[in-house]
Design a protein around this ligand. Structure first.
Ligand code: DLL
Length: 443
């Protein structure tokens, strides 16, 4: 039941009015909230106070939004080092929810919410979903994992508060997901883009044509996905694909989301203050330049985050979105500063590989990057699945496809990589975030 395009505060969802606030009003609100959050953190979080003291800074020194640049950064290791509750700014009796993100090594990081934090998070998701044109009357299947991961419960509370009918499917059990999708008349799906790809593939095997179902929108996030991937999803399935962004440390999903114009992700700026910095030096970068996104929470009570280094690479887009929202937008996040691979001295990002592969006809959006070291030299192999038609075709067609992929990758990456064409379904599917890179280099 996707609604008409919103264009102003007058015809938007009531929860979205803030997104259309006058810019001066928004900046004044941000400053007042920034001062409050700095004050709260200084008074209640030891690590933050020590870092402020080291710089001879006091909360009263934050007089303008530009003063944010004086504040110390926070990073993931700070959460690990203070595990589990060291960065909390509320006593446990006020904390109503904990989430945790597993990470690849050691202890997870833990994040906390007061009741008000949960309410604000919920309203953030309502605004995101309303911006995607969803409303009461929609049936929203949430296939992000429920549990310590923020995706499932975050999307759930928001969708329910929107007044939509929520199907809390959680991740996994593809056949059951498809049955629910079909039998419950689901109109919007919330999951990772790679899981959606898996579901539509499985639906086809079950003889179900997604285009004949009421499904109209996909709210996809939690992992990087390319514009080429969006085109594949939309063209094949008649689903409008929206990019939603967020991270546990800041709140979970709902930091930003695309609207129906798909011109970048609107940051919910009354709740989160974005900056872009040079990932190497931490120096602020002007709007329009790509760099690392740094976020400050403007309303969180239980665990405020000040200048959190997300490692996500994007740019603040200049100019207004045609939707009429006044909030600033960020470009799609294609990569993280820490997912850069260095292959024979050349910097390679998995997102570049995805874009190159999907621009060539005959491929499926399932691929993996395998890194090995032979005689001291890094080797990169890209395994990509090809369509069943292609696979059944003559050997010559496969060879030709291989050459085209080689050329596309050479062009984008500037290094020679090995391309292996894989049979449909031969690469493992993910239920959540996809694992694209397998690194078998030993040192
Ligand atoms: O992935 C929260 C979330 C759930 C977002 C559902 C959207 C939908 P974490 O597990 O803490 O939280 O992982 C956060 O995932 O720093 C990005 O690197 C990546 N990420 C999240 N959304 C996007 C996106 C959730 N739309 C980390 N595009 C972030 C690219 C994304 N990367």
């Amino acid at each position: 039941m996707i609604t008409e395009l919103e264009t102003s505060a007058a015809n938007c969802h009531p929860a979205s009015a803030r997104d259309y606030a006058r810019v001066e009003e928004l900046r004044a609100l941000q400053l007042a909230r920034l001062q409050a959050v700095v004050d709260r953190s200084w008074n209640r979080v030891r690590l933050f106070r020590e870092r402020m003291d080291e710089r001879s800074l006091a909360p009263a020194d934050i007089r303008s939004l530009a003063d944010i640049a004086k504040l110390p950064f926070t990073q993931k290791s700070d959460l690990r080092d203070t595990y589990p509750f060291g960065l909390f700014a509320s006593p446990m009796k006020d904390v109503v929810r904990l989430h945790a993100s597993s990470g690849t090594t050691g202890k997870p990081i833990v994040v906390a919410y007061t009741q008000e934090d949960v309410n604000i998070w919920t309203s953030a998701i309502v605004r995101c979903l309303a911006g995607c044109g969803l409303d009461r009357g929609d049936v929203i299947q949430v296939a992000y994992g429920y549990g310590l991961f923020t995706g499932g419960l975050g999307a759930h509370y928001g969708a329910e508060s929107l007044g939509a009918t929520v199907v809390p499917a959680s991740g996994g059990h593809a056949d059951r997901q498809i049955m629910l999708l079909k039998d419950f008349g689901v109109t919007a799906m919330c999951c990772t883009p790679t899981y959606f790809l898996h579901l539509i593939e499985r639906a086809a095997e079950m003889g179900i044509d997604i285009r004949e179902l009421p499904l109209r929108a996909g709210i996809f996030g939690a992992e990087p996905w390319s514009e080429a991937m969006r085109q594949r999803i939309e063209k094949l399935n008649g689903v409008e694909a929206f990019d939603i962004y967020g991270l546990s440390e800041i709140i979970g999903p709902g930091v930003g989301c695309e609207c129906r114009r798909h011109q970048g992700l609107h940051i919910l700026e009354d709740l989160f203050f974005p900056e872009i910095v040079d990932p190497a030096t931490g120096a602020p970068l002007p709007d329009g330049e790509m760099g690392e996104l740094v976020l400050t929470t403007l309303s969180k009570q239980a665990m405020p985050m000040i200048r959190y280094r997300t490692r996500d690479i994007t740019a603040i887009l200049t100019g207004r979105c045609d939707c009429g929202r006044t909030t600033r937008r960020i470009a799609r996040i294609g990569r993280r500063s820490d997912d850069m691979l260095i292959i024979r001295g050349v910097n390679v990002f998995p997102s570049q590989v995805e874009t190159a592969l999907l621009e060539v006809e005959g491929t499926l959006p399932h691929y993996q990057i395998l890194l090995t070291r032979e005689h001291g030299l890094d080797q990169m192999e890209v395994r990509v699945e090809v369509t069943p038609q292609m696979f059944e075709d003559k050997i010559g067609a496969l060879q030709e496809l291989n050459q085209r992929l080689q050329a596309a990758l050479d062009h984008v990456l500037g290094i020679r990589v090995r391309v292996t064409l894989a049979e449909p379904h031969s690469i493992e599917r993910s239920e959540g975030k996809a694992k694209r890179v397998i690194d078998r280099r030993t040192s």
